[in-house]
Design a protein around this ligand. Structure first.
Ligand SMILES: [Mg+2]
Ligand SMILES: [Zn+2]
Length: 196
């Protein structure tokens, strides 16, 4: 079975997008916009607005990310299962962290145009999902059975279509609320051991 994993808060210990917004952007936007996602904003709209407030050069942010973004134990063990990483974040901020770890994985994510007037997000897929009504990860992983590993809002819809779900944090609470079964995980060693 295919293995699909989220990046932020799943592979990484903390959400690196949130970390970057705190360090280089406007953290008040997080407090203001996050509660509106799924109400009057899509996740893409939230991300676009938060990153438009960042004007730092990309290489400066990448250097910070490579130094500060922490990966959960077990990435190498997980990599042996050849997972697809699917992220609402950015290739530009994911791949340098993988490279630092000496791990190469297939990544599906968005891209950035880091202009000095504010970063512009180039979304990989803007099509609204027929199930949840906003652009989401489900369509990109549809087709063959998969196990899904995630932690947050961006994982909800794709997790519900998975054969097997590993969840923590907000995703786990969401699935609890729906009465949907999942396997809790602490780090990536847990996930690799359960699937290996
Ligand atoms: Mg996440
Ligand atoms: Zn969806």
């Amino acid at each position: 079975m295919r293995l699909v994993v989220d990046w932020d808060g799943t592979v990484t210990v903390r959400d690196s997008l949130v970390q970057v917004i705190h360090e280089f952007g406007d953290a008040s936007l997080l407090r203001e916009l996050e509660p509106r996602v799924g109400v009057d904003l899509t996740l893409h709209e939230e991300i676009a607005l938060e990153f438009a407030a960042i004007t730092a050069p990309l290489d400066e942010v990448v250097a910070w990310v490579v130094e500060h973004v922490e990966v959960r134990p077990g990435l190498r063990e997980l990599a042996e299962l050849e997972p697809l990483v699917i992220s609402a974040g950015f290739h530009e901020l994911i791949e340098p962290v993988l490279a630092r770890k000496g791990v190469e994985l297939e990544v599906l994510a968005n891209r950035l145009d880091a202009t000095p007037d504010g970063w512009v997000v180039r979304f990989r897929d803007e099509a609204a999902c027929a199930t949840c009504g906003e652009p989401c990860k489900r369509a990109s992983v549809a087709g063959e059975p998969y196990a899904y590993v995630g932690d947050g809002y961006s994982d909800r819809c794709a997790a519900l279509a998975a054969e097997r779900v590993f969840a923590r944090d907000g995703l786990a609470r969401h699935l609890d609320g729906l009465g949907v079964d999942y396997e809790p995980f602490g780090d990536l060693i847990d996930v690799a051991a359960a699937l290996g």
